[in-house]
Design a protein around this ligand. Structure first.
Ligand SMILES: [Zn+2]
Length: 404
């Protein structure tokens, strides 16, 4: 008789992959070093070790308002911030760009460090820049963030009539972007996009897509979450949905409470800004975030079981081969379920899944195996497309503007 495998053993044996952490902003703006204590953050090297985190996709997110006119500049600064951390901690981190690289890092007990760009505005309507980012190691791109761009629409502003949107979810140029991502082997990420852009992308993409950080809309009605029909569509496409840990994407009551509180938050932020302005200063973003956090902390955190409910729901609707983890750590102001404060807490998810009857094999798929499979398929499709005799897309072709 063999001894029963424990959740600890399962978690330890898995290649754990998280596809979304906003830590690069801390690194670039606060001079944060991953070797330092967490100090309010959700990810550092110590917590990664404790949580047996095998690979992190660090999010390269460019705030479209604060960086107007210099998206590429900011993108490059954030990419450099990640690469500098790897250079600083070569004994604990390794920059990788392939599924094999993730496996190698796992064998060497190093954190496989990858990057994903969050928001197609980073390419400034240039296929050339897209290729440059790929060359620097970026392996997924979220087609939009909360802002629509010239070639794809976002769930964040799709109902805003003052913003121009595409007719069919993607413009002709947008289709070229998806094709070039397929050809390069950069994963197409549909988190954040509008429903129309989601469905259009699934038709256009030659490779399976990912949702790097999205939860289930049936359980929490956020436009950023995915409907059951969308979950099934991703499954049919062979892709994977990486569940987001943000409390307001998990819990309807949390979301409602947050909404009810919003006018007070806005008022407080404005008063804070006015106070600084009177002194001739500008409020640092970190200070505003702190203020917002004092409000958020008044709403009770959802239980960990709710995060597991989302995983379970997606596993039931899309299948256990199409679900993974995309925490959004360091991007949600600490608004996370009870007991989930950093990547060190990831083993709790494995334990909770096994309690619900998930097998060791299923847990390993959810923890990272599914993402690894999709990453491999994306690279396989890239190889096939590169072998095709099709003229390379250049930036010289006419760029189509979105229909007003
Ligand atoms: Zn996001």
């Amino acid at each position: 008789m063999t001894a029963k495998i424990t959740p600890e053993q399962v978690h330890k044996s898995a290649i754990v992959i998280d596809t979304h952490a906003d830590t690069p902003q801390r690194i670039a703006d606060e001079n944060y070093d991953l070797g330092n204590p967490l100090n309010g953050g959700n990810l550092n090297l110590e917590s990664a070790r404790k949580g047996n985190l095998g690979a992190e996709f660090f999010s390269i997110w460019v705030d479209p308002t604060a960086n107007k006119g210099q998206f590429a500049h900011r993108t490059l600064v954030l990419i450099d911030a990640v690469r500098q951390q790897v250079a600083k901690h070569p004994d604990q981190m390794i920059l990788v760009t392939t599924p094999e690289g993730i496996e190698l890092a796992h064998r060497e007990h190093k954190l496989a460090t990858l990057m994903g760009i969050e928001g197609g505005h980073s390419i400034e309507n240039s296929i050339g820049l897209l290729r440059d980012y790929y060359a620097l190691g970026v392996r997924y791109m979220t087609l939009t963030w909360s802002n629509s761009n010239d070639w794809a629409d976002s769930s964040g502003d799709i109902n805003d009539k003052t913003i121009p949107h595409t007719k069919e979810g993607l413009t002709e140029f947008g289709k070229d972007v998806v094709y070039e991502m397929n050809r390069l082997g950069m994963m197409v990420d549909i988190s954040h996009v509008s429903d129309k852009t989601f469905y259009r992308t699934l038709v256009i993409s030659r490779a399976p897509v990912i949702a790097s950080h999205s939860s289930a809309r049936a359980l929490c009605d956020a436009p950023r979450n995915m409907t059951d029909d969308m979950l099934r569509a991703v499954a049919n496409n062979g892709g994977v949905v990486q569940v987001n840990f943000y409390s307001a994407f998990l819990s309807q009551s949390y979301r409602d409470a947050q909404k009810a509180m919003q006018p007070d938050v806005d008022k407080a932020v404005q008063a804070f800004k006015d106070k600084y302005k009177a002194e001739g200063k500008e409020v640092p973003d970190a200070e505003i975030e702190k203020l917002q956090r004092t409000f958020a902390d008044r709403i009770p955190r959802p239980p960990l079981s709710l995060l597991i409910d989302h995983i379970d729901h997606i596993a039931k609707v899309a299948g256990v081969d199409h679900i993974g983890l995309g925490s959004d750590f360091d991007g949600v102001g600490g608004q996370l379920p009870e007991g989930i404060d950093s990547v060190a807490d990831l083993p709790k998810i494995t334990a909770a899944l096994m309690e619900r009857g998930y097998s060791a094999e299923d847990c390993r798929k959810i923890l990272g195996g599914n993402l690894l499979r999709v990453f491999r398929e994306v690279q396989q499709v890239a190889k096939e497309l590169q072998a095709e005799d099709r003229p390379r897309i250049t930036d010289k072709q006419p760029f189509d503007k979105p229909q007003k």
